[in-house]
Design a protein. Structure first.
Length: 68
């Protein structure tokens, strides 16, 4: 039986910080082009958040078919 992974927890204080830095309205997705720009930021925290967001896009989403 496969083990179920625990969901990633982001502290409440840090939720939405990347979106605010990107200048995107609440409820809208941050475009990939903007995330790639932010990945080259001088600020290390912004770089880290953008890298996390780009990686998280690749994770398995619910409701999708599995590849065989």
């Amino acid at each position: 039986m496969a083990r179920r992974r625990k969901p990633i927890k982001i502290k409440k204080a840090n939720r939405g910080k990347l979106r605010r830095t990107a200048g995107v309205k609440k409820g809208k997705k941050i475009p990939v082009s903007k995330l790639r720009q932010m990945k080259r930021s001088k600020n290390p925290k912004t770089r880290k958040r953008a890298t996390f967001a780009l990686n998280a896009r690749k994770w398995k989403k619910t409701g999708r078919r599995r590849r065989k």
